[in-house]
Design a protein around this ligand. Structure first.
Ligand code: CA
Length: 723
C-alpha cells in the first residue's frame, strides 16, 4: 500500500473499512467517531477507491464521506452517469452498499440487486418471494432499507420476517432463517448490522400487535446467538432477564402481552468498538394507547428508549427512555449517530438521536447520561425536558384520557422518521430531515383487539383532515418539511431549508462542503454544508426518500441514490403531503462530474375522478369512514387521497367499482398486496367503505368546483334504496 492514513478530525479516529482494499474488514477494531481522509505520500496515478461498505458508512453511522472530488466549487457539473430501472413500483428506502466495484441495493418486496458500479449493468438479482398478502401487516409500505456485507456475503431481512444470507458474487442463498413468529404480524424493513461475528436484525409490527426484540445470528451458519426482548412478556411465564423483570415493574393493570406490548427495533442501531457497546433504538407501545396496555400507568420500559447492550451476549448495560409512558407512537427507533463533542470543556463520547417526539438528544454513550435535549421540530406535547430527571414535562391533556387532544405536534409520523441524518465533523452540524405533521389523538370508544390488523387503540378519524375549508387550510399551513442543520454542541438549530411538504429524503454530507438530500417533490438537491445554500438539483421524476451515498472507483467520485416514492406518509398522508400525488418510478440513479445520461421522458397518467352516484345515507358514509380509517387509510391515504403510489380510490373506473366486493372482501388483487378482508369485514361494512370512497370522490369534485357544492351535498344525504 502506498497510502499513508492521517486522521484530520478530532481524536484521530479512523475507520479502516473505508480505505481501498480494506473494505472487507469492516468488523475490525475500528474506532467509531469519524472517517479518516486518505492522503497520499507518493501520489499514485489514480486516487484510491473509497467505498460505502456498511449502512451508515461506519459503525458510528455518521454518513459523512471524506471524499471531496465533487465539491461546492464544481457541483454544477454533476450529471447523471447511469440509471437502472427496478421492476417494482412501491417505496424505495435502501442505502446502497458499494464494495469491490459492485452496488448492492434492496427494494420493495425485499428484493436484492447487484449492479456494476461503473456501468449500472445488472449482475444478478434475488427475489425472496415475499407473499404479497403479507403487505396487510405493514404500516409503512413494503420497503427495505438495505443489506449488510461481510467477507463476500450479504445479509438482509425480508418483509415476512426472514433473515437471508446470500453469496455476494452471484446472489445464491447461503442460509435463511425465520426470525419472527409467523403467527404474529411481524415485518422486517430495517437493514441488518454486522458486529464482530454476528449479524443483528430487529423487526416491526407495533401498530398491529407484536412484542419487540432484536436478535443476533452467527454469520457462518445463521444459528441464533441471542435475543433481547425490549418489553416484558406475561409475568406468569417468568422473565428472560433481570433487566426485563425490572422493566415489568413499570407496566401494570393490563394484559399488554396479549397485543404484544410493542417496542419493536425496526430500524436504528449503532456500535462503538472501543466501548464494545451496541445501541438499539426501541419503538412505540402496542397498542399506542397506554390506557389499554397499562391502565395503571407507568413508564413501560423499554418503549421509546435507546438501550445499550453487549454485542456478544445481548446483555443489558444501560437505557435512556425518551418518552416515558409512550402513548403517541413516539418511537426512539430513529437514526442514532456516535460522535465526540467538546461539551463544557470536556471531550464527551456521545450518542445523538432525533426521535419522533421532537427533541434532539445528546447522551453520554458510556453511561446514558443526558447531556442535552432541545426541540428540533415544533413540539406542543411537552414544554421541555427536565435535565435533572431526564423526563419530558408534559402539557396537560396530551394523554387523551377522557377526551381527544388538541391538535398536537409531533404527530405519529414524528418530527423525524426513519430517514437517516448526517453528522459532518467539518461543520459540526447534524443535518436532520424534519417535518411537522399535526395530529389529534383520541382513544377508541371500545377497543377490540383484531389479531393481525391495526390495533393502536386510537380513533384514527380524529387525526384525519377535516372537510371544513377554513380549518383544513389552517392545519395544512402547520404542515411542514425541512432540513434542519443542528448544532449539537450549542443544542440549537443553525439554519433550515424549507421543503414543499413533509416526508423528504435521508441525508449525506461530504468533505466537499456538500449536503445531499432528495425530496418529496421529486428532486435530488445539493446544498452547501456550511450555509444551506442550494447549489444543484436534478429532476428524478419521482419522490426520493432514501439517503444518497458517495464512493470513488478508478479515480472517479460518484453519488448514488435509490429513487422511488413511498413509505408511510407517501401512502397515508393524503393532502397533507402538499406535493400532490407523485408517481413511483423506482430507479437507482448514479451521478458523476460531467455525467451525460438522460432519463426517459416521464409520462404521467392524469387522475380522472368520475364516480358513480352516491346512493347512501350520511350515516352509512360515516360508518364507512370509521372502517376506512381502520383498514384502508394506511395504504390508500387520508380522505382516500392517494400520494401517488397506491391506487387513488376516488378515481376508480366503473369496472373497479363493479369488482369492489371481489377486491375488498375476496382479495382478488392480493398479488399487489391488497388482501381480501372477508374474514374481518361484513358485507355491510364493505358496502359502507365503498359509499365513503364514492362520497370522497364527489367531495373532491365539489371542492374543486364550488358552484356544485350544494348539489353534491344533496347527493350525500340521499337515502338508500328501499328494501
Ligand atoms: Ca410506530
Amino acid at each position: 500500500m502506498t497510502h499513508r492514513f492521517k486522521s484530520l478530525f478530532a481524536l484521530g479516529a479512523i475507520c479502516i473499512a473505508l480505505i481501498a482494499g480494506c473494505s472487507k474488514q469492516q468488523q475490525g477494531p475500528a474506532p467509531a467517531e469519524s472517517v479518516a481522509v486518505v492522503e497520499e505520500v507518493t501520489a499514485p496515478e489514480v486516487a484510491p477507491d473509497v467505498e460505502w461498505p456498511m449502512y451508515g458508512l461506519t459503525p458510528a453511522e455518521g454518513r459523512f464521506s471524506p471524499l471531496a472530488d465533487i465539491n461546492a466549487g464544481n457541483i454544477a457539473k454533476l450529471g447523471l452517469a447511469w440509471y437502472f430501472d427496478y421492476p417494482t413500483a412501491r417505496g424505495m428506502e435502501a442505502t446502497p452498499l458499494v464494495i469491490d466495484g459492485v452496488i448492492y441495493t434492496s427494494g420493495s418486496w425485499s428484493m436484492v440487486y447487484a449492479n456494476d458500479a461503473r456501468t449500472g449493468e445488472l449482475l444478478w438479482f434475488f427475489d425472496p418471494e415475499v407473499p404479497r398478502n403479507w403487505a396487510v401487516h405493514g404500516c409503512c409500505d413494503v420497503v427495505n432499507r438495505g443489506v449488510a456485507y461481510d467477507k463476500g456475503r450479504l445479509y438482509f431481512g425480508t418483509f415476512d420476517g426472514r433473515l437471508v444470507s446470500l453469496n455476494a458474487a452471484d446472489g445464491s442463498v447461503r442460509w435463511e432463517v425465520q426470525t419472527t413468529d409467523p403467527e404474529r404480524p411481524y415485518t422486517i424493513t430495517g437493514a441488518p448490522r454486522i458486529v464482530k461475528d454476528k449479524v443483528l436484525i430487529g423487526n416491526g409490527g407495533g401498530e398491529y400487535g407484536v412484542r419487540g426484540y432484536v436478535s443476533a445470528y452467527n454469520l457462518d451458519d445463521g444459528e441464533m446467538a441471542w435475543r433481547f426482548y425490549t418489553v416484558p412478556g406475561n409475568p406468569a411465564d417468568g422473565f428472560e432477564s433481570e433487566a426485563l423483570k425490572r422493566a415489568a415493574e413499570t407496566w401494570g393493570g393490563g394484559e399488554w402481552w396479549v397485543v404484544g406490548g410493542g417496542g419493536t427495533v425496526w430500524d436504528s442501531m449503532a456500535y462503538d468498538p472501543e466501548l464494545d457497546l451496541l445501541y438499539i433504538g426501541v419503538g412505540n407501545g402496542a397498542p399506542w394507547n397506554r390506557q389499554i396496555r397499562s391502565p395503571d400507568g407507568g413508564d413501560n420500559l423499554f418503549l421509546s428508549s435507546i438501550v445499550a447492550l453487549r454485542p456478544d451476549d445481548g446483555s443489558y448495560v444501560w437505557h435512556y427512555q425518551t418518552t416515558p409512558g409512550e402513548t403517541w407512537d413516539y418511537t426512539a427507533t430513529q437514526h442514532m449517530i456516535l460522535a465526540e463533542l467538546e461539551l463544557g470543556g470536556k471531550t464527551r463520547k456521545v450518542i445523538m438521536q432525533a426521535p419522533k417526539n421532537g427533541f434532539f438528544y445528546v447522551l453520554d454513550r458510556q453511561t446514558g447520561e443526558l447531556l442535552s435535549a432541545e426541540p428540533y421540530a415544533t413540539v406542543t406535547w411537552a414544554t421541555g425536558v427536565d435535565m435533572e430527571t431526564g423526563r419530558p414535562v408534559e402539557v396537560e391533556g396530551v394523554r387523551y384520557e377522557g377526551k381527544p387532544t388538541a391538535l398536537q405536534l409531533p404527530g405519529p409520523i414524528g418530527g423525524h422518521n426513519w430517514h437517516p441524518m448526517s453528522y459532518n465533523p467539518d461543520t459540526g452540524l447534524v443535518y436532520i430531515p424534519t417535518q411537522d405533521t399535526p395530529w389529534v389523538y383520541d382513544a377508541t370508544e371500545e377497543f377490540q383487539y383484531r389479531p393481525g390488523y391495526w390495533n393502536t387503540g386510537t380513533d384514527m378519524r380524529a387525526g384525519a383532515l377535516p372537510d371544513d375549508p377554513v380549518l383544513k387550510e389552517q392545519i395544512l399551513a402547520m404542515v411542514k418539511g425541512a432540513m434542519v442543520a443542528w448544532d449539537p454542541v450549542r443544542a440549537e438549530p443553525r439554519w433550515r431549508v424549507e421543503h414543499t411538504g413533509p416526508w423528504n429524503g435521508g441525508i449525506l454530507s461530504t468533505a466537499g462542503n456538500l449536503v445531499f438530500q432528495g425530496n418529496g417533490s421529486g428532486q435530488l438537491v445539493a446544498y452547501r454544508a456550511d450555509t444551506g445554500e442550494q447549489l444543484w438539483s436534478f429532476d428524478a421524476q419521482t419522490g426520493i426518500v432514501a439517503p444518497p451515498v458517495t464512493f470513488r472507483i478508478d479515480g472517479t467520485q460518484y453519488v448514488a441514490v435509490v429513487a422511488g416514492w413511498g413509505g408511510v406518509l407517501a401512502l397515508s398522508g393524503g393532502e397533507s403531503l402538499k406535493t400532490g400525488p407523485i408517481p413511483n418510478r423506482s430507479r437507482l440513479l448514479v451521478f458523476k462530474l460531467g455525467g451525460k445520461a438522460v432519463l426517459p421522458p416521464a409520462v404521467d397518467t392524469p387522475l380522472v375522478i368520475d364516480p358513480p352516484p352516491l346512493q347512501a345515507a350520511a350515516e352509512q358514509v360515516a360508518e364507512g369512514f370509521k372502517y376506512y380509517s381502520t383498514f384502508c387509510s394506511q395504504c390508500h391515504g387520508d380522505g382516500a387521497v392517494s400520494g401517488g403510489v397506491t391506487p387513488d380510490l376516488r378515481a376508480l373506473t366503473p369496472e373497479k367499482h363493479a369488482m369492489w366486493d371481489a377486491i375488498v372482501l375476496g382479495g382478488m388483487h392480493w398479488q399487489n398486496g391488497m388482501v381480501g378482508f372477508g374474514g374481518e369485514l361484513t358485507q355491510e361494512q364493505a358496502d359502507n367503505i365503498h359509499h365513503y370512497v364514492i362520497e370522497r370522490a364527489h367531495f373532491t369534485l365539489a371542492e374543486s368546483a364550488p358552484e356544485a357544492v350544494e348539489l353534491e351535498v344533496e347527493a350525500v344525504v340521499e337515502p338508500p334504496p328501499a328494501g
